[in-house]
Design a protein around this ligand. Sequence first.
Ligand code: PLP
Length: 440
Amino acid sequence: MTEKLENPRLILFPQTAEVNAKDHLVIGGCDTVALAEEFGTPLYVFDEVDLRARCREYKTEFGKRYPKTTISYSPKAFTTSAMLKLVEEEGLDLDIVTGGELGIARAVGFPMERVHFPDNNKSAEELKLAVKYNIGHIVVDNLPELDMLIKIAGRKKVRILLRLNPGVDPHTHKYNSTGIVDSKFGLTRTTWDEAVATALAASNLDVDGFHFHIGSGLFEVEPYLSAIDAVLEYAAEMKKKHGFEMRTLSIGGGIGVQYTVDTAPPPVAYFAEAIINNIKDQCRRLKLTPPKLIVEPGRKIVAKAGMALYTVGVIKEIPGIRTYVSVDGGMSDNIRQPMYGDWARQEAIIADRVSARNTDKVTISGKLCESGDILIKEIMLPALKAGDILAMAGSGAYAVPMQSNYNSMLRPAIVFVKDGKARLIRRRETLDDLTRRDVI
Ligand SMILES: *Cc1c(COP(=O)(O)O)cnc(C)c1O
């Protein structure tokens, strides 16, 4: 008889996660082992209840403290038509970063006035489309873009935010630090004055306010507070100098997610409380009218709601060194570990034996021709065998949109689960998809 344990890693899975009588992992009322059988693996599974709950958590926690808040989902974390539709239904705005994302937003009928567009190197083509569709805000990132936009806008009046780089270290992975001085993102402090003066002088620009985004995966609130201080102080300075009233402030996204059992960031409520108190205090002190607030979460909305299912294949034990457990996906469907290293550690359980005891230290590797093709470095799991279904938690953000066809892998199917039903929202790629764009 095996002893049943409550698996502590279940807290890393979506909020509807439970274990059924067969000791299988169940999400949204669906047995994940049955999902793997029905849809094949690798399979990405998203809990629709969890996704909607995260949208509502943001709206509630910021909204109840500061009613003038708009939550704008950053679809680069997980970009699919069904997700954009869900976000629209939940009343969130959209924070796109390319003409491609703008195109998907249009295709699902997302209201263009609820779309905002940051990005550090927008093309003339992208700006023209953004102007043509009358999107909510073009978030101007740099002086060349400002000049280009003034020309492109022509006789139209275009609403913009200026993205200020506040020079704040968010204490996260360096690839995810976007508000430090040495960053390609945002207007450098030395260019703020010129940007404001130029933008205010342009009769075809409506300067609605300022924007910053300091990074992704933040566990601390202090970097947000420092950035808010810097930007609000500057807003007060511009009010004195130009009589300019900042009407909107966007504080970007970036709140971190619990990916491993022993590292938990504070909840959204904690960030909301400190951020809102700081905005109110500073506005009072600086005699500024409290602006409308935009918050742009990506990772936090989708990371935990999404998981990946893989089938275990070859197990290779190198005595005294390491045991590789290879699965049928890898860096082509989730490149986080190779790209960010230990910072991006995720954890997994065996979906077909959730409560079995962890006895073996293994490394979960993919099937691609690259030694860096590792999904999880050294994790304790129950003794594995070929055919087991591995459920990898925290796969909802920055996995699917970074997928590739490296080694001509077919990108996985994605399902939304809810109330015991699974809905295919992206089919698995086929061999035809692989050659569709080729010309002989
Ligand atoms: C990526 C990005 C976000 C979202 O960041 P998360 O860490 O996923 O919340 C928000 N705003 C901008 C401008 C971004 O580039």
